[in-house]
Design a protein around this ligand. Structure first.
Ligand code: E4P
Length: 215
């Protein structure tokens, strides 16, 4: 399973990249705003900065919600860097835009996916990635992980190549369960990736080895 980091924070992206386990980055308008990145030129520069830190795919989201607007923005984003994947919301015009981009060889990430039916539409339109938001489903008492399971079954039934990018990941058990269910990618906050490292027996075992090494 590939690990993407879900942030627009350059220091956190560098930290994950330095660990040697990072395969890409996802951003969204909320994450960009959190870093105080405003204005078309600054946003474009920030995406390019992210692409220079990582070697994998970087999702950059369109703001437009009409087909023509999404195509215009998406084409500009795709031209910024070869690692850019255009992130498109799961709405009717978005499905049209994904189909358009797929025909042009521009890669897409279909975002805000909350049902298997939406994931099926994204795959049929030719999305490169589909982003089911598991944490936000859990937040409304719906099992986010069972959506990953359903999408995996549907995509495997028909051989869809769209990669399942588990999004809205909140903690290490989300990551582990996504891997068990066959998600292609999990996009995670740095805290969830670092939490995978932790085990008290590793800490106590290492302390013991280091103490014994001095004997
Ligand atoms: C990633 O592509 C999504 O935008 C992100 O994972 C959403 O996460 P959140 O539900 O924690 O905001």
């Amino acid at each position: 399973m590939k690990f993407f980091i879900d942030t627009a924070n350059l220091a956190q992206i560098k930290e994950a990249q330095d660990m040697g386990v990072l395969d890409g980055v996802t951003t969204n308008p909320t994450l960009m705003a959190k870093e105080g990145i405003k204005g078309e030129a600054n946003i474009a520069k920030h995406y390019v900065d992210i692409c220079t830190i990582v070697t994998g795919d970087v999702s950059a989201e369109v703001i437009a919600t009409d087909f023509e607007g999404m195509v215009r923005e998406g084409e500009l984003l795709a031209k910024l860097h070869k690692q850019i994947v255009v992130k498109i919301p799961m709405i009717r015009e978005g499905v049209k835009a994904i189909k358009y981009f797929s025909g042009k060889g521009i890669r897409t990430n279909c975002t805000l996916v909350f049902s298997a039916g939406q994931a099926l539409l994204a795959a049929k339109a030719g999305a490169t990635y589909v982003s089911p938001f598991i944490g936000r489903l859990d937040d409304v008492s719906t099992d986010g992980l069972s959506l990953i399971e359903d999408i995996r079954i549907i995509y495997d039934n028909y051989g869809y190549k769209t990669q399942i990018l588990a999004a809205s990941v909140r903690h290490p058990m989300h990551i582990i369960n996504c891997a068990k269910l066959g998600a292609d990618v999990a996009t995670c906050p740095l805290t969830a990736i670092l939490a995978l490292l932790k085990h008290p027996l590793t800490d106590s075992g290492l302390a013991q080895f280091l103490a014994d090494a001095k004997k």
